[in-house]
Design a protein around this ligand. Structure first.
Ligand code: ZN
Ligand code: ZN
Length: 434
């Protein structure tokens, strides 16, 4: 009997962690993330049994953030790829820094993690025990992201991780057809209730807006997550032959430089390189000079305006009727980005750094504020199309819908039940037998 236990990421987005146990009591973890809330920030504590390995789907902190915490408890191989590992380490160091060491781990555990890391290429079967194998497949979500196939005691389980089956400017989409026949599917549900706008039309309207601002002496501030979204926006500007100046600041620079080490993870690496050679990195030295310029695009974290280098530019942009702030990613509730979208007022207070120059901003936007939904997750129809393309060994098709709020996960589970799945939206801490 194979046992699956959901330690987090169940009816929630955050602290993704799934434990899989074999007949013999050997276990494997899939992801080990954190949640950005006051409580329940870490996966549920449980007996990890005879843990053989942890496999990581991608670097986002809701999947990787608690890895150092795991290494306070044990030393097991971390199965990942070189790109995901490198970016995870950058994000984990940043997490430890910006959280002011409020998590129960630090740099020491990162060292332990590093010495236990094993790089695994996609489509290569890796044995973690007798009758217990792990294989990675492209998940299409961000560069380096994978879905994880677990073969244990003759049961085949696919954990999608965060998934996108649409090809973007940056990477190729996930292909369900390359996955072997399954017994069980553990699938994300982030956008199970929503369809994204038509991508091509959205890109064109975004570029039109950017050109309109920059041709009229304005600046466009694009707060974007440094991992993947910033680079996707840069490629979009290049694809539509945007001729204006494009600057990158903050964590985006570090992540972009890391991407240069992994050419095979991109759809069109020469194009990626060209887009970068036409943009400029802002340094501590020239930041003031750049701020005083006009007619340019600035791409910089944080995507939800919770901090990061975007704060160096936002005051000037908010106060200028010719300029614009274009949000290009999901804005969680009560974040400064979300409040700006909803009310037209930018409210920011950094209680942790009393001397921060950006503290206590409360500015009504004179500039244009808009949101473009460039998501890197499959939407409702795309998730169903992905499931339709998967193959199962027999009619006993089991599905767990995770990584979404209560409504998204439970509704998606019902939709799969209508398609003859034995499906459920598990709750954190629940255990199931296959
Ligand atoms: Zn993700
Ligand atoms: Zn996620």
């Amino acid at each position: 009997m194979v046992v699956i236990k959901f330690l987090g990421g169940a009816r929630e987005v955050g602290r993704s962690a799934v434990l899989i146990k074999s007949n013999k009591g050997k276990t494997c973890l899939l992801d080990y993330g954190v949640r950005f809330t006051e409580e329940d920030r870490l996966p549920i504590d449980t007996d990890l049994g005879d843990l053989q390995a942890i496999a990581l789907s991608h670097c986002h902190i809701d999947h990787s953030g608690a890895l150092p915490y795991l290494y306070t408890k044990c030393e097991v191989p971390l199965l990942t790829n070189a790109l995901t590992y490198q970016v995870s380490e950058i994000l984990l160091r940043d997490l430890i820094k910006v959280s002011h060491h409020s998590y129960p781990f630090g740099h020491k555990e990162l060292d332990i993690m590093r010495r236990n890391t094993i790089f695994l290429e996609n489509n290569i079967r890796y044995k973690i025990d007798d009758n217990f194998f792990i294989t990675f497949y492209n998940a299409g979500h961000i560069p380096g992201s994978v879905s994880i196939l677990v073969e244990v005691d003759n049961k085949t389980i696919l954990y999608t991780g965060d998934i996108n089956n649409q090809t973007t400017n940056l990477i190729n989409g996930a292909d369900a057809k390359e996955i072997p026949k399954l017994d069980c599917l553990i699938i994300e549900s982030t956008y199970a209730l929503k369809d994204h706008p038509n991508r091509e039309e959205l890109e064109k309207s975004f570029i039109e807006s950017v050109v309109n601002i920059t041709e009229n002496s304005g600046k466009v501030l694009i707060p974007a997550f440094g991992v993947a979204r910033s680079q996707e926006i840069l490629l979009m500007l290049k694809k539509y032959n945007f001729h204006g100046k494009v600057y990158l600041d903050g964590l985006t620079k570090k992540i972009s430089a890391t991407y240069f080490d992994h050419p095979n993870k991109f759809k069109d690496y020469p194009f990626y390189k060209r887009a970068f050679s036409d943009s400029k990195f802002v340094t501590f030295k020239n930041r003031k000079k750049v701020r005083n310029k006009s007619n340019y695009v600035m791409i910089t974290p944080s995507g939800m305006l919770k901090g990061g280098a975007a704060l160096h530019y936002i005051k000037d942009v908010l106060n200028d009727a010719h300029s614009a702030i274009y949000m290009v990613g999901y804005q969680a509730e009560d974040t400064p980005g979300n409040i700006l979208m909803e009310t037209g007022v930018f409210k920011y207070q950094d209680n942790r750094k009393p001397l921060n120059a950006a503290q206590n901003m409360h500015i009504k936007a004179k500039c244009d504020v808009n949101y473009f939904d460039f998501s890197s997750h499959a939407d409702s129809s795309q998730l169903l199309a992905y499931v339709e393309d998967l193959k199962f060994k027999d009619d006993h098709r089991v599905a767990f819908c995770i990584h979404g709020d209560e409504k998204a996960t439970t509704t998606f589970a019902k939709r799969l039940a209508q398609r003859k799945f034995n499906s459920v939206a598990p709750e954190a801490g629940e255990t199931y037998k296959l």
